[in-house]
Design a protein around this ligand. Structure first.
Ligand SMILES: *[C@@H]1O[C@H](CO)[C@@H](O)[C@H](O)[C@H]1NC(C)=O
Ligand SMILES: *[C@@H]1O[C@H](CO)[C@@H](O)[C@H](O)[C@H]1NC(C)=O
Ligand SMILES: *[C@@H]1O[C@H](CO)[C@@H](O)[C@H](O)[C@H]1NC(C)=O
Ligand SMILES: *[C@@H]1O[C@H](CO)[C@@H](O)[C@H](O)[C@H]1NC(C)=O
Ligand SMILES: *[C@@H]1O[C@H](CO)[C@@H](O)[C@H](O)[C@H]1NC(C)=O
Length: 223
């Protein structure tokens, strides 16, 4: 973990240098750096806002994320988001590795570093290996080759290809859909499409509103 963080520190430092802006202090480089977004963050005190408190319940250590601070500018929107993404994250019957693959691959395809930074640890905890994370980060869209299949296995390879088509083309060919379908039952197919589609919303949201000032930061390469 320390190695991961120091990598992020060096990586983010390089990006800041290349942009010619100030170099952040090392302790400022973490998943949530609390850098400004395109709207102010709204962080109600605990116990003062039921919607914010409900979001806190499913956040690590009960801490609101910068994403939540942006969403809470529109409280009903934050509440609905909490409901949908709570189900996607906590009530899914998908294999956890496949769920996180959908999320991380969408982050890569849409250059949503904020989404990747939040989910790389979640993906590892779900069981994705560094080798698999490298494939998710680096494999060319649409073309999983033999090596990808041997690292990911047939089910995650099908999920990777499905995510590429759904995200970049919208229209998913039958053979790509059926390639994933064989591994999932009816409810899981709906969950799979809802997860990949939902995180397409997340990625577009965090990039367009520049949450945590990450819109121009390159998605890190896992190590
Ligand atoms: C949660 O709190 C623990 C203990 O203080 C800390 O080690 C950990 O980094 C925190 N996690 C996050 C995601 O903030
Ligand atoms: C969804 O998951 C949460 C967290 O694990 C759990 O508390 C809740 O009961 C689940 N909801 C349903 C309807 O199963
Ligand atoms: C689909 O599979 C999941 C995981 O095994 C299971 O929890 C769920 O009940 C199944 N749903 C249907 C409709 O068979
Ligand atoms: C993501 O970044 C890569 C590399 O800079 C670029 O080629 C690609 O067009 C970007 N994609 C999107 C959706 O912004
Ligand atoms: C698979 O990986 C090996 C070693 O990195 C490489 O030499 C080979 O060309 C790769 N095969 C394909 C089909 O990409």
């Amino acid at each position: 973990m320390a190695r991961l963080l120091s990598f992020f520190a060096i990586f983010a430092g390089l990006i800041y240098i290349s942009l010619g802006t100030t170099i952040p202090s090392p302790q400022a480089v973490k998943r949530d750096d609390n850098l400004p977004a395109r709207v102010p963050y709204v962080f109600p005190e605990p116990g003062t806002d039921p919607i914010a408190d409900h979001i806190r319940q499913r956040r690590t250590n009960g801490t609101l994320l910068d994403l939540d601070g942006v969403l809470l500018n529109a409280p009903l929107f934050a509440q609905a988001w909490d409901g949908l993404f709570g189900v996607i994250r906590d009530n899914s019957t998908l294999p956890p590795t496949m769920r996180e693959l959908f999320i991380l691959r969408v982050a890569v395809l849409n250059n949503a570093s904020y989404e990747w930074l939040q989910h790389e640890p979640v993906g590892r905890a779900a069981g994705l290996t560094t080798e698999q994370l490298l494939v998710i980060r680096l494999a060319a869209p649409f073309l999983p080759d033999m090596n990808v299949t041997s690292i990911m296995g047939p089910d995650l390879t099908a999920a990777l290809l499905f995510t590429d088509w759904m995200t970049k083309s919208v229209h998913v060919p039958d053979e790509v859909f059926n390639g994933l379908r064989q591994f999932l039952n009816d409810s899981q197919v709906v969950e799979a499409v809802g997860t990949a589609g939902g995180y397409n919303l997340v990625s577009r949201f965090v990039v367009s509103l520049n949450v945590d000032d990450k819109m121009d930061v390159e998605v890190p390469i896992p190590n």
